[in-house]
Ligand binder design. Structure first.
Ligand SMILES: *Cc1c(COP(=O)(O)O)cnc(C)c1O
Length: 455
């Protein structure tokens, strides 16, 4: 029997959003203030000026509902946007579900993930500000490749501190970053005080995102012509990603459906926010009842097992204090293969929504998500990034629940990137070498004793 309904739902270039969607005015409560790590007092725009251009700082604290996307940024978005949406007919069939499964595919960008949506915007505003070089950290390498790509297009230099474990496990991400012209160091590195401090205490440290952030921040703060760039967590990063959800709203309309549940995987929260925030906005403003699900790894269970408290964004203590679900800034998660999901905290705006009961969170073990990834590859053809496979697992769970209930649920998830640089992880899965990590409660409690005291 022939399929009914489209497979690919495409938009024209002219339908690339003209504005980013800012969720802040649609929130039931204002976001808690960001605090200075030394004084514990709220910080102002000037405190962030050594690290970011004022245009991005103003976006960080903006209460305007829509912020115009500069033409230069939209012109570059045209290289891969609007990104396609697919109906997963073959996955539905394999699951025998009456549910309709849709996914938005961000792996079509040059770097292979959603990350260039903000990398391009950040490089643009820094260039406008007269900055010559950007510094950053990268975990699995996706953000490093996205920012080095963006810097190449704007003629900026780029320095990347890559978590040491990934530097050796993901050599081709490293090559890709170098192909785009960036300098790259394995973190902890001897290049910075923060790196040297960690190396002195534990010379074999595999590194963590928290440590790499400390290095990149220190590098930018100690050089006048350099700024720092972060690939997730911050409000302006989430803002830039909302092109995903705005396009998805139009695409669902074209498909003649509206999702009952929208799903994204969460590392720092940016691809999740990018897809779901515009749908949360529809819930708030139009009384829609779409459920919103965040999917994270059991090995780094920030939203499902962390506490909602003020914590540092990095390990050493250079970043401001933000209120978020955290496992403690001293938490070093096990080296799981979804490297992009190994952060001790989450975006404050995502955490606020969870605290307000506006979204749900679930955690999946890594063997399960690789099984979901393989099922997806063998039905839909795309080999997903291990990070994205957490969203696939949740979509499968929803589709099977719908089958049980005999319900025609409409499911939408974000396929945040492809897994072409993660084949080593797939090899480990096929060889039966992947372990599941349940983080012990005692280790979480220990890390939480190091939370900064506030107020
Ligand atoms: C970086 C990355 C993630 C996790 O980061 P978020 O900020 O939570 O989106 C997820 N998927 C892919 C493909 C990534 O590259």
């Amino acid at each position: 029997m022939a399929q009914t309904g489209e497979t690919k739902i495409l938009l024209d270039e002219s339908e690339i959003p003209t504005h980013w969607y800012n969720i802040v005015p649609d929130l039931p409560v204002p976001p808690p203030p960001v605090l200075h790590p030394g004084t514990g007092q709220p910080i102002g725009p000037a405190d962030l000026a050594p690290l970011f251009p004022m245009s991005l700082i103003l976006q960080e604290v903006s209460r305007e509902g829509a912020i115009e996307i500069p033409d230069e940024v939209r012109d570059i978005y045209r290289l891969w946007r609007p990104s396609p949406m697919y109906r997963a007919h073959r996955l539905e069939k394999a699951l025998g579900t009456p549910a309709h499964i849709y996914y938005k595919y961000e792996g079509v960008s040059p770097a292979g993930s959603h990350k260039p949506n903000t990398a391009i915007a950040q490089a643009y505003y820094n260039k406008q500000d007269g900055i010559r070089r950007l510094t950053t950290e990268t975990g699995a390498g996706q953000w490093g490749s996205a920012l080095s790509f963006a810097c190449a297009l704007f003629g900026l230099e780029c320095t990347v501190y890559m978590v040491k474990a990934s530097y050796f496990h993901k050599p081709y991400r490293r090559s890709m970053i170098e192909a785009y012209g960036a300098r790259i160091f394995a973190s902890p590195s001897p290049e910075t005080n923060a790196g040297r401090k960690v190396l002195a205490e534990s010379p074999d440290s595999p590194g963590s995102l928290g440590i790499a952030i400390s290095e990149a921040v220190e590098d930018a703060a100690t050089h006048d012509d350099a700024h720092y760039s972060l690939g997730s967590v911050l409000n302006h990063v989430l803002l830039h990603q909302t092109v995903i959800g705005q396009e998805a709203l139009k695409q669902m309309e074209k498909a003649g459906e509206y999702p009952d549940v929208v799903i994204g995987c969460v590392g720092g929260g940016s691809n999740f926010a990018g897809l779901v925030f515009p749908f949360v906005g529809e819930n708030v403003r139009r009384g829609r009842r779409t459920r919103i699900v965040a999917a994270e790894p059991t090995a780094c269970p920030t939203l499902t097992r962390g506490v909602y408290a003020y914590d540092l964004g990095d390990t050493v203590g250079l970043t401001p204090l933000v209120k978020m679900h955290t496992l403690g800034h001293t938490f070093i998660p096990p080296a799981i293969h979804a490297g992009g999901l190994r952060y001790h905290g989450d975006a404050p705006l995502v955490c606020l929504l969870l605290d307000q009961g506006m979204i749900e969170a679930v955690a999946h073990p890594q063997t399960k998500i690789f099984q979901a990834a393989v099922t997806f590859a063998r039905t839909e053809g795309i080999i997903p990034a291990p990070e994205s496979a957490h969203a696939i697992q949740s979509a499968i769970d929803e589709a099977l629940q719908a089958k049980e209930a005999g319900e025609r649920r409409v499911i939408l998830f974000n396929l945040s990137g492809h897994g072409h640089f993660d084949m080593g992880a797939y090899d480990a899965f096929f060889a039966g070498k992947l372990e599941d990590h349940e983080y012990p409660e005692s280790a979480i409690r220990e890390a939480l004793t190091h939370l900064p005291k506030v107020g």
